[in-house]
Write a protein that binds this ligand. Structure first.
Ligand code: OGA
Ligand code: NI
Length: 370
């Protein structure tokens, strides 16, 4: 006999979906309990999901902070060296001195907050944009993988495909149009700078990674994590690595992002004015493991709402590029043979999504290992 009564999970997922108002709508309606569809399994299970040793709940280590302003002060080699070490050992670092104006960052966070704070339901921007259609450039949804994932996440997302083929201005909600177009442009420039430094960190010419179009696609996910009445029962974002080449993340002051480092979860402390940068699976693949794509998650909190804006440099499914990515030939030799097979971005993505976040014993990338 089962200890818990059966429940119709699919029906509850459909009911949430039909509100067109996401987790925020649930919270606005006064929900005092975390519904079953969001409940994570017992504490031991998710931590051991990858087969290895269980992760420690907390680690005191801290993610490296790198001041890109050092490049302008004549210490480019020092900055490149710090990035090489952080990308190899952590897969994550924070950057300051990056040149993006604080006003552009604050305006973007405020615009995302305003969009999500608004009510959903009939006639709203949220209802107009509510979709999970892969080809759509601008869409809003609660959980991109609502019907596939074992645990729904305590999060809503506004999705924008900004490059290539940016959406027409009118497609973005009016309340956040200017701020998010402006922000995306700034982050694209920062991405170009980081791809130069990462190329150099691999011992390649500065234009190498942009020459092979690692920065061709830019997808901006504007996340909103409503305050959760029972945070220990839910998860904001299930553990995962990012699928693309590189991610530039901006988080507000609430916190909750944790990364897996030496078998422990390390909090990425909100650092005013800084961006968080992390290596994605495809960059680990083409760097032939010189850089690491590291798993991370967002814990739910009874605080907030928390806003974060994740900018992925990846083309995902658009355009249907025929460019093939494999370990960079300058990085392989008889002593360093290629560790991965070649792939199209869209084939990698299809496999990544077929496994899903928190996918059990292995990551999508491990299936591309030779
Ligand atoms: C992501 C992600 C972290 C955050 O979008 O892939 O990991 O802080 N986001 O929202
Ligand atoms: Ni991520």
């Amino acid at each position: 006999m089962s200890a818990t009564p059966a429940y119709d999970r699919a029906a509850e997922l459909r009911a949430l979906d039909a509100t067109l108002a996401g987790v925020r709508g649930l919270v606005a309606s006064g929900t005092a309990h975390v519904p079953r569809i969001f409940r994570v399994p017992g504490p031991e299970e998710p931590l051991q999901a990858r087969g290895g040793r269980p992760a420690q709940e907390r680690s005191a280590a801290t993610v490296p902070v790198i001041d890109l302003g050092g490049c302008g002060d004549g210490d480019r080699a020092g900055v490149v060296d710090s990035i090489r070490r952080a990308a190899a050992e952590w897969g994550f670092f924070q950057v300051t001195g990056h040149g993006v104006p604080g006003e552009a960052m604050a305006a973007a966070v405020a615009a995302v907050r305003a969009f999500h704070d608004a009510d959903g339901g009939e006639g709203s921007d949220k209802a107009r944009l509510y979709s999970r259609e892969p080809g759509k450039a601008v869409k809003y949804h609660c959980n991109f993988d609502l019907y596939q994932s074992p645990v729904a996440n305590w999060r809503d997302t506004l999705y924008l495909r900004m490059e290539p083929d940016p959406p027409a201005a009118e497609e973005l909600p009016k309340s956040c149009r200017d701020a998010l177009f402006g922000y995306s442009k700034q982050v694209k420039n920062l991405g170009a700078k980081l791809f130069e430094l990462l190329s150099e960190a691999l011992g390649l010419k500065p234009s190498y990674l942009t020459d092979i179009e690692c920065d061709l696609g830019q997808i901006v996910l504007c996340h909103y994590y409503p305050p959760c009445p029972q945070p220990e029962l839910a998860i904001g974002t299930s553990r995962h690595s990012d699928s693309g080449f590189l991610t530039i993340l901006l988080q507000d002051e609430i916190g909750g992002l944790q990364i897996l480092h030496e078998d422990g979860w390390v909090d990425v402390a909100p650092t005013p004015g800084a961006f968080i940068v992390n290596i994605g699976d495809l960059l680990q693949l083409i760097s032939n493991d010189k850089f690491r794509s590291v798993e991370h998650r967002v814990v739910a909190k009874n605080a907030g709402p928390r806003v974060s804006i994740a900018c992925f440099f990846s083309t995902h499914f658009h355009p249907a590029s025929t460019r093939i990515y494999g370990p960079i030939k300058e990085l392989v030799s008889d002593e360093n043979p290629p560790l991965y097979r070649e792939t199209l971005v869209r084939d990698y993505l299809a496999h990544y999504y077929s496994i899903g976040l928190d996918g059990g014993a292995k990551t999508a990338l491990s299936d591309f290992r030779l």
